[in-house]
Design a binder for this molecule. Structure first.
Ligand code: HEM
Length: 502
C-alpha cells in the first residue's frame, strides 16, 4: 500500500531530479562563461542558495572579478549570465526579438502565466498603447494629475504644523495608486477605496507569488501557481468595478461609432483604439490589461518616490535649493508638464537618488532564444537567461566619477555642457543608467512615471518639512532575491508648511 508520505517524497525527488537535469544541462552549455564567485568545495550545493540569500554580494564579487566581460551565477533552478559593460548591453539592443527576448525575460521574472494571464505575453499590444496615446496625453491631463496629488496629500498626509510620525509606505502607496488611476480612469474610480486596495494588494501579491513560483522547476509551476496565484481573486474583484464601465463604453462605441465627440480621454479609450481584434475587446481581456497597467505603475513609482523622500531627508542640504527651483518654475509655468521639464535640479536629484540607492543586484532579464555571440566574441547558448548587474554599474567610477558619493546635482551640471541637455535627463535611455531599461525595450511608461514623481516630490517639498525617524542613515533594505526594497515599515516625521505656491 502507498503510504501517505510516498507522494511528497516522490514529488520532492522529481523536483530535485528536474532541477539537477535543467541546471546541469545548461551548465555544460555555459562552460566557457566563468562562475562569478565560488564557495569552494561546497559550491555546487550552496551557490544556488547564496544567490538568493545574498544576491548583491555574489554579483558584486563577480563584477569585480570579471568586469568587462560576462560571468554566470546559479540561482536555484537556473543560471543567470551577467553582462557587465554598456557596450555589451548595447549588443542586446541590436539583437532581434527572435534571438534575445525581453518579453520572455519579463514573462519569467513575473511568472506571467500564473500572475498576469496569458494575453500579457501572447498578445503584448499594451507597450504600443503606452508609447502612443498614453504618453501623448501627459500634457493634456497634467492638471488632473496635480489635482489628485494635492487632494491625496491633504487626505493621506498629516495636516498639522506639529511634527507627526507616520509610516511612509502607508501614505505614499495609496497616493501613487490614486494619482496613476486618475490618469488611467479619472474620477470617481481613482478614489474608490476597494479598487485602490485591490490594485495595491495585487501588485504586492504578484511580486511575492512570482518570487515563490520562480523557485520551482517549470513542470511543477502550474500546480504551485494554482495555489498561490493572486490572479483569479483579483480579476473577480476588478470586474465588480470595471465591468459596468467597459460595458457602457463598448455600447457607446457601437452606437456613436468613429465620430463620438464625447468619447472620454482615458486608458480604456486608448486601449480600445488599438483593440483591433475581437479578443482584445472582450471584458476579460480588458480587465487583465487594467490590472497589469496598475501593476506596472504603482509598485515602481512608489519605489522611486520612497527612495526620493529618504534621500531628501538624508541629504537635507539640497532641500532649500530645490524648493527655490520649484517655486521659481511654478510661478512661471504653473503646475504643468512644461514646468516639470524645467525642474532640472529636481530631475537630477531624483536620478542620483536612484543611481545611488536603487538596490537591484541585477535586472533587465532577457531570454536567449537562439545562440548569440557578443561583440567581444563570447557566445551564450539558447535557453540562457541574461541580466545586467545594475547596482555594480551604477556604482562604477568609470561611468560615474566618485560613484559612491551622493552628488544630487551631478546630472544637472552635466546637462549644462553644450549638446548634453537631453542625454542626462532622468527619462533618457542610456546603457549606463538602467532604472528604466535601455534601448528599444526601455520602459514606455517612464515619461509618465518621471513627471508623476516630480510633481509628487515637488508638492511634498513645498507642503512639508520631514525627517527620518532614525536620522543619519538610509532606511534598511529588504531583499527579495535580486531586488531590494526600502523597508515598508520605514517611518518619517512630517509637519505641514505654509506655502503660497500650492
Ligand atoms: C518609476 C516607475 C517605473 C519603472 C522604474 C519602470 C521600469 C521598467 C523596466 C526596467 C522595464 C523593463 C525594460 C527592459 O527590460 O529593458 C519596464 C517595462 C515596461 N514598463 Fe515600466 N517602469 C515604471 C513605470 C511604468 C508605468 C507608469 C507604465 C505604464 C503603465 C509602465 C509600463 C511598462 C511596460 C508596458 C513595459 C513593457 C515594455 C515592453 O515589453 O516593451 N512602466 N518598466
Amino acid at each position: 500500500m502507498i503510504s501517505c508520505l510516498t507522494i511528497p517524497y516522490a514529488l520532492a525527488l522529481l523536483v530535485l531530479g528536474s532541477w539537477y537535469y535543467t541546471t546541469q544541462g545548461l551548465k555544460r552549455k555555459l562552460a566557457d562563461i566563468p562562475l562569478g564567485s565560488s564557495n569552494g568545495l561546497f559550491s555546487p550545493l550552496t551557490d544556488p542558495f547564496r544567490s538568493v540569500l545574498n544576491a548583491s554580494g555574489i554579483v558584486k564579487q563577480g563584477y569585480d572579478n570579471f568586469r568587462g566581460s560576462l560571468f554566470k551565477i546559479p540561482v536555484l533552478t537556473q543560471w543567470v549570465v551577467l553582462i557587465t559593460t554598456p557596450t555589451l548591453i548595447e549588443d542586446l539592443q541590436k539583437a532581434s526579438d527572435d534571438v534575445i527576448s525581453s518579453l520572455e525575460g519579463l514573462k519569467d521574472l513575473v511568472q506571467a502565466e500564473h500572475t498576469l494571464g496569458k494575453s500579457f505575453y501572447e498578445d503584448p499590444y499594451v507597450p504600443n498603447v503606452v508609447k502612443g496615446r498614453f504618453t501623448r496625453n501627459i500634457v493634456a491631463k497634467f492638471a488632473e494629475i496635480t489635482d489628485e496629488i494635492s487632494a491625496s496629500f491633504d487626505e493621506l498626509f498629516p495636516q498639522k504644523d506639529d511634527w507627526e510620525l507616520i509610516n511612509l509606505n502607508d501614505a505614499l502607496m495609496p497616493l501613487v495608486a490614486r494619482t496613476s488611476n486618475r490618469f488611467f480612469s479619472g474620477l470617481p474610480l481613482c478614489r474608490n477605496p476597494d479598487y485602490l486596495d485591490l490594485n495595491i494588494r495585487y501588485t504586492i501579491r504578484v511580486i511575492l507569488a512570482a518570487s515563490f513560483i520562480g523557485r520551482f522547476p517549470t513542470f511543477i509551476k502550474p500546480l504551485v501557481g494554482k495555489f498561490v496565484s493572486p490572479l483569479p481573486a483579483a480579476v473577480r474583484r476588478a470586474k465588480r468595478h470595471l465591468v459596468p464601465i467597459i460595458q457602457e463604453r463598448l455600447a457607446n462605441e457601437e452606437y456613436y461609432g468613429e465620430g463620438w465627440a464625447e468619447r472620454p480621454n482615458d486608458l480604456l479609450t486608448w486601449l480600445l483604439s488599438k483593440a483591433t481584434t475581437d479578443s482584445r475587446r472582450t471584458i476579460d481581456d480588458l480587465v487583465l490589461r487594467f490590472l497589469s497597467a496598475n501593476l506596472a505603475a504603482i509598485f515602481s513609482t512608489n519605489m522611486i518616490a520612497s527612495f526620493a523622500v529618504s534621500s531628501l531627508a538624508l541629504h537635507s542640504e539640497y532641500v532649500d535649493e530645490l524648493r527655490d527651483e520649484i517655486e521659481d518654475v511654478v510661478s512661471e509655468h504653473g503646475w504643468t508638464k512644461a514646468g516639470m521639464d524645467e525642474m532640472r535640479k529636481l530631475d537630477s536629484f531624483l536620478k542620483e537618488s536612484q543611481r545611488c540607492y536603487l538596490s537591484f543586484a541585477y535586472g533587465l532579464e532577457r531570454k536567449v532564444l537562439k545562440d548569440f555571440t557578443f561583440s567581444n566574441g563570447v557566445t551564450v547558448p539558447a535557453g540562457a537567461t541574461l541580466a545586467v548587474p545594475m547596482w555594480a554599474i551604477h556604482h562604477d567610477n568609470d561611468y560615474f566619477p566618485d560613484a559612491d558619493k551622493f552628488d544630487g546635482f551631478r546630472f544637472s551640471r552635466m546637462r549644462e555642457d553644450p549638446g548634453q541637455s537631453f542625454k542626462h535627463q532622468m527619462v533618457a535611455s542610456r546603457a549606463d543608467f538602467l532604472l528604466f531599461g535601455t534601448g528599444r525595450q526601455a520602459c514606455p511608461g517612464r515619461f509618465f512615471a518621471v513627471n508623476e514623481v516630480k510633481a509628487i516630490i515637488a508638492h511634498l517639498l513645498l507642503a512639508y518639512d520631514f525627517k527620518l525617524e532614525v536620522e543619519g542613515a538610509m532606511p534598511p533594505i529588504k531583499w527579495l532575491g535580486s531586488r531590494g526594497m526600502q523597508d515598508d515599515k520605514t517611518r518619517f516625521w512630517f509637519r505641514r508648511r505654509k506655502c503660497s505656491t500650492l
